[in-house]
Write a protein that binds this ligand. Structure first.
Ligand SMILES: C[S@@+](CC[C@H](N)C(=O)[O-])C[C@H]1O[C@@H](n2cnc3c(N)ncnc32)[C@H](O)[C@@H]1O
Length: 444
């Protein structure tokens, strides 16, 4: 990216442009910054760039001729630019503006001084006016530096770990969660235990909750935008603020989808010959069911397989999209796969749900052939006494479906999905989407 800065004091930028990230970005050619001294474009021997204001008044105004010459000469030398005048009268700088400016090829900043610049220059040589905030500085240089650094950090290759930008304040309309580093105890103050247990899903949930709490308390304006964007009910967070995680648990129990999980079982399931087998994990099942779970607002998606290698594979795939290269490439996919929890068996699954909700879940079986077993319809399910106020796990089998032993283990069995004819061989992904659609679709 090219940046040109028109200023009366280029020396102010020295340290700033040589040190830290900006210094390295310039040395590696990711950022090409040119400082242009407006005084070089004055035409008199005293190199005058300002004069008294017409109509009287205190202070001096920067003259339009040196400024306009400087703009023309810079664009001639370095190409067309988006010309930004820094002024307290401009639109306030924020993350949206920084991201937008980071998308441009050539930014040209005009730093005012004294009482400002001649209005005719602004009208003819400025594309946009930006303010650093509702206060007055002596010059535009500090504002230009703030934008150069804000934009520079977003350029590919400038930040050592491009993921750092993904979780910072304002990457979502949220402030960043509290951060801690060694020592674990500082003057009697301990690091929160959850950060020390290595359980990434728990850490991510805690950080999320803390980010929401902090944003709600410090920036209710941003928080309401966050609620708007995530369709979260502000009430949820009010409760979570008041009663921490307990509050969150209480809220989870009020919204059916957010206390429901999908579980995909790879053992024991049936093969085409009715034999009990263990099936292999598929990337499609991982992605598509995660997307369905996210679309319908579920609490999570359990991938259950007794094979360690398969669990590692599942975690690697999820890690790529949630923490790895994939997460910046596709934040939607990140949000879906963020729901995935990988477990070895139903026992581990139950423990995990119990940890989140304090109670064991109700296990709901699914099958195309219920035989004589009683089934419940989608509209009935959440009105059943055994389901009220408890987390729910919808159990799906890969291969040719759940074994009889598994179906009998379920507390309730969902009504099968039946087509008009006898052919009934839906993929598990389709079955999940149909059931979730039956249970949680909302009216458009
Ligand atoms: C002392 S200020 C002039 C302020 C001007 N008289 C006014 O009231 O709007 C001199 C220069 O500092 C810069 N400046 C001052 N405050 C700024 C802010 N909040 N954001 C961006 N630039 C600012 C502008 O370039 C401005 O032309």
């Amino acid at each position: 990216m090219k940046i040109s800065v028109l200023t009366l004091f280029p020396e102010i930028f020295d340290g700033f442009l040589d040190a830290g990230l900006m210094g390295r970005a310039r040395r590696t050619g990711l950022l090409d910054v040119e400082l242009v001294n407006i005084r070089d474009f004055a035409s008199d021997k005293h190199r005058t760039v300002d004069d008294t204001p017409y109509g009287g008044g205190c202070g001096m105004i920067m003259k339009p001729e040196p400024l306009s010459r400087a703009v023309r000469s810079t664009q001639k030398a370095r190409g067309e630019a988006h010309r930004v005048f820094l002024t307290p009268q401009g639109s306030s700088l924020n993350v949206k503006k920084i991201v937008e400016l980071a998308g441009r090829d050539h930014l040209l900043f005009i730093c005012g001084r004294y009482e400002g610049v001649d209005e005719r220059f602004r009208e003819s040589f400025v594309d946009e006016e930006i303010s650093l905030g509702d206060f007055v500085l002596s010059g535009g240089e500090v504002a230009a530096m703030a934008i150069i650094e804000g934009v520079g950090r977003l350029l590919p290759g400038v930040m050592g770990n491009k993921d750092s930008a993904a979780e910072e304040s304002f990457s979502e309309p949220l402030l960043e969660y509290p951060q801690y580093t060694r020592p674990a105890v500082f003057e009697g103050h301990e690091v929160p235990g959850v950060l020390l247990n290595g359980n990434h899903a728990e850490i991510r949930k805690w950080r999320r909750m803390k980010a929401e709490e902090r944003t709600k308390l410090r920036r209710p304006d941003i928080y309401s935008e966050f609620c708007e964007r995530t369709k979260a009910e502000p009430a949820d967070s009010v409760n979570s603020l008041k009663t921490g995680t307990k509050g969150i648990q209480k809220n989870l129990l009020t919204n059916d989808a957010s206390r429901t999980y999908v579980a995909l079982l790879h053992h024991p399931v049936l093969d085409r010959n009715g034999q009990v087998v263990t099936t292999a994990l598929t990337n499609l099942d991982l992605h598509d069911i995660a997307r369905a779970a996210k679309t319908f607002g579920l609490a999570g998606y359990f991938v259950v397989t007794p094979i360690q290698k398969q669990r590692e594979l599942a975690r690697r795939i999820v890690g790529h999209w949630v923490d790895g290269k994939g997460c910046l490439a596709n934040s939607r996919r990140r949000k879906a796969l963020d729901l995935v929890k990988v477990k070895a068996d139903l026992g581990q699954l139950f423990d995990s749900v119990k940890e989140d909700h304090g109670v064991e879940p109700v296990l709901i079986g699914t099958t195309a052939n219920p035989g004589h077993r009683p089934v419940v319809s989608g509209s009935e399910l959440f009105n059943r006494p055994e389901v009220v106020k408890r987390p729910v796990v919808l159990l799906f089998g890969t291969g040719w479906g759940l074994t009889d032993e598994m179906i009998d283990r379920a507390d309730l069995l969902m009504e099968p999905i039946l087509g008009p004819g006898s052919y009934n061989h839906l993929s598990v992904r389709s079955a999940v989407s149909i059931y979730l659609g039956r249970l949680f679709s909302r009216k458009p």
